[in-house]
Design a protein around this ligand. Structure first.
Ligand code: GDP
Ligand code: IMO
Ligand code: MG
Length: 424
């Protein structure tokens, strides 16, 4: 029984959803600790292929309590749509809860995200345009509305009035249409009606779970390279997907964390702008994209693809205090004759960097230093244990683990629930 954070160790889309779906079969509680509906966590199980955005990836186990934590930003409209899709697929949602302290993504946050991106022109961040940045900005500016405000209509009305004074000025400044307060208030009353029974103070539940030594999973939404503080700023999301934030975003004491599982793809992908040193803008990149079906689960954008970046993962491993790695998509490399692993960055000065992450302006100028590893040229999708893997695949994984300085805990060889195994 333990508290485990599951975090992305690269640029996002590492396969966090499928790992959590697998682990949640044994978990009592799963809590999303940051982010919003910018997430696209794809899970394939007895309910078919499901893309989760706000709902935690433990939802398919009816006895697991699933919580959208205080560190999240929740767009009630998209949550309700997602809930309807899940219910239509036969998933019961009696185990879904929303922290009363989670922030609310308002329609004007989405409008502002799009207008701000347009205003940035060629310097855009490539956001998902889900209003995530503006919602977290309002949280920090203390003009955000929280999900719990829906339970207190008079308070909500006053908060909305206050928030709209600034939001409407910003919208007008950027050429957008101001929002009508009465209309929005009516919309919020509709959300209140539909969601009020799920909005709770999660602390009693978590306290009880921790005291009972329950199995608790803390679900991160993105990769460390998009962390607000430690990622490739400004090409980052507006919260911290790193493990240190997990207890805050969930509502647990910092010292409750027992394990940190870093999810890594056997290669690298990124969606959105910013430096991505191992990116392959050639046929090999296209081959990875095709073999790995690398298209965004939220926006459908083709993902940028490249070789495994040992510097980024080493950095992520240290920063997150990882206790184990979950390596996904090993099977995508099955047909390659040779593979490359980036083991260092060469700065323009000639200096070799292996143990740090150069800041964004420097990162644009680095040249990756590669090692070449032999491919295994055989099907790994039916492997269900370490010993089932071809020798070259084990050697490749060993090298990843060595660079990260973290043991491998899980290997995934396909998107379906059973195409994964525990190595420890
Ligand atoms: P997340 O955002 O970190 O949850 O990752 P995504 O769901 O956005 O992206 C991972 C994609 O890879 C999804 O389409 C998964 O179904 C798929 N996937 C996950 N693990 C594996 C694997 O081991 N092999 C293959 N071929 N696909 C996988
Ligand atoms: P999952 O949960 C990949 C990227 C965007 C952009 C930056 C900021 O599936 O890993 P935001 O909309 O958060 O303000 O965008 O972060 N980004 C993601 N990239 N997967 C995601 O989610 C992402 N969520 C945001 O492309 O570069
Ligand atoms: Mg994703």
């Amino acid at each position: 029984m333990s508290v485990t954070a599951i975090v992305g160790a690269q640029w996002g889309d590492e396969g966090k959803g499928r790992i959590i779906d697998f682990l949640a079969q044994q978990a009592d509680v799963v809590i999303r600790f940051q982010g919003g509906d910018n997430a696209g966590h794809t899970v394939i199980n007895q309910y078919g292929k499901r893309a989760l955005h706000l709902v935690p990836s433990g939802i398919f186990n009816p006895v697991t309590q699933n919580i959208i934590g205080a560190g999240c930003v929740v767009n009630p409209a998209s949550l309700l749509e997602e809930m309807a899709r899940l219910e239509a697929a036969g998933v019961t949602l009696g185990n879904l809860w929303i922290s009363n302290r989670a922030q609310m993504v308002m329609p004007y946050h989405r409008m502002l995200d799009a207008l701000e991106e347009a205003a940035r022109g060629k310097d855009s961040i490539g956001t998902t345009k889900r209003g995530i940045g503006p919602a977290y900005a309002d949280k920090a500016a203390r003009s955000g509305l929280r999900m719990g405000d829906l339970l207190h209509p008079h308070w909500l009305e006053a908060r909305l009035n206050d928030a709209l004074r600034t939001a409407n000025r910003k919208l007008q400044l950027l050429g957008g249409r101001p929002v009508d307060e009465r209309e929005l208030n009516a919309l919020l009353m509709d959300y209140r009606q539909k969601l009020r029974d799920r909005i709770v103070d999660v602390m009693p539940l978590l306290r009880q779970a921790l005291n009972a030594d329950a199995d608790i999973l803390l679900e991160g939404q993105l990769g460390v390279m998009r962390d607000l503080d430690w990622g490739i700023y400004p090409y980052v999301t507006s919260s911290n997907p790193t493990a240190a934030f997990a207890p805050i975003g969930a509502g647990l004491p910092a010292r409750s964390l027992d394990r940190v599982i870093g999810v890594v793809k056997a290669y690298s992908t990124a969606v959105g702008e910013g430096p991505f040193p191992t990116e392959l803008l050639d046929e090999t990149g296209d081959r990875l994209r095709e073999a790995g079906a690398e298209f965004g689960a939220t926006t459908g954008r083709p993902r940028r693809c490249g070789w495994f970046d040992g510097v980024a993962v080493r950095y992520a491993a240290w920063l997150n205090g990882m206790t184990g790695l979950a390596v996904t998509k090993l099977d995508v490399l099955d047909a390659f004759d040779e593979l490359q692993i980036c083991v260092g960055y060469r700065l323009p000065s000639g200096e070799l960097v292996t143990d740090a992450m150069p800041d964004t302006p420097l990162l644009y100028g680095v040249t990756p230093v590669y090692e070449t590893w032999p491919g295994w040229r055989s099907d790994t999708t039916r492997a269900r244990s370490w010993d089932d893997l071809p020798r070259a695949a084990r050697a490749y994984l060993h090298r990843i683990s060595e660079l990260a300085d973290v043991p491998i805990a899980y290997v995934s060889v396909g998107p379906e629930r059973e195409q994964m195994f525990d190595v420890s």
